[in-house]
Design a protein around this ligand. Structure first.
Ligand SMILES: [Zn+2]
Length: 263
């Protein structure tokens, strides 16, 4: 390789990251052009999302599958959300790793609950097999004590699906990345896609999940039971109530499995 080429390559290495950073997303408020592009992405992805929803396989969406319906330019724009500098955006939770959608998972089907008195079957949920086994063991113990159990409203979600959710929910937070990260985790930061720290969002038999009103879930005797016993099964509350301004949203329904807590 000639020296001139070597120097050129060396300079390219320096220039490319600088350009990429300059082209990065505005973390405070997306400019109007990016807002429109983000809205367009959601429209373009809608058929895929609906199809996977109907097939009940949205949770295991891979990046290749997510990007397939998009043009090169759209793919690049979508990827720029996956590449957000989490720390710069104000993310205070740890990186948990990328969930490919190809991990070994147990499918949970036929969970029956009631919502406002009406019977409802929850859509299938996915959990790593060891986490599912521990969840079942924990629920058997809860049923023995309380005569009731909690259901898995949301288990495993791939990082590609998480990326889609992040872009989808920007609209609820005035298209501010810094605001959105407080409510929707960036891909790689969600415990829902973490094989080592897999989270479960619980819902009770009456459909109480705390989503609109966290204290409603926290007032359940099922929650009090988790507080007392969940650690014995390796589960821990990820986002307990914190002082205002902590930057972490209170999620009493969200518990993660920690292999380290096992003997
Ligand atoms: Zn959760």
């Amino acid at each position: 390789m000639s020296l001139r080429i070597k120097i050129f390559l060396f300079l390219t290495c320096l220039i490319v990251p600088a350009v990429a950073a300059a082209a990065g997303l505005n973390l405070e408020n997306l400019p109007e052009s990016d807002i429109q592009k983000a809205k367009d992405l959601i429209v373009k992805l809608e058929p895929l999302i609906r199809e996977r929803e109907a097939a009940q396989t949205l949770a295991t969406l891979t990046f290749d599958e997510l990007y397939a319906p998009l043009s090169d330019a759209d793919q690049q724009f979508m990827k720029s959300f996956a590449d957000i500098d989490a720390k710069a955006a104000g993310v205070k939770i740890p990186f948990r790793g990328i969930a490919t959608g190809k991990e070994e998972l147990t499918v949970i089907r036929g969970q029956q609950i009631k919502i406002k008195g009406e019977d409802k079957e929850l859509p299938p949920q996915y959990l790593p097999p060891d986490v599912y086994a521990k969840y079942e063991e924990m629920m058997a113990a809860m049923e023995k004590d309380l005569g009731k159990r909690l259901y898995v409203e949301s288990g495993y979600r791939s990082s590609a699906y998480q990326l889609y959710l992040f872009v989808y929910y920007l609209k609820n937070h005035a298209f501010s990345i810094r605001e959105t990260v407080k409510f929707i985790t960036l891909p790689g930061y969600s415990e829902h896609g973490s094989v080592e720290h897999q989270a479960i969002d619980f819902i009770n038999a009456e459909g109480i999940n705390g989503e609109d009103n966290p204290p409603e879930f926290a007032a359940l005797e099922e929650y009090a039971w988790l507080k007392k016993h969940a650690y014995k099964f390796g589960f821990t509350e990820s986002y307990p109530q914190m002082p205002a301004g902590s930057g972490i949203t209170y999620e009493p329904w969200h518990w993660r499995f920690e292999k380290l807590l096992e003997n």
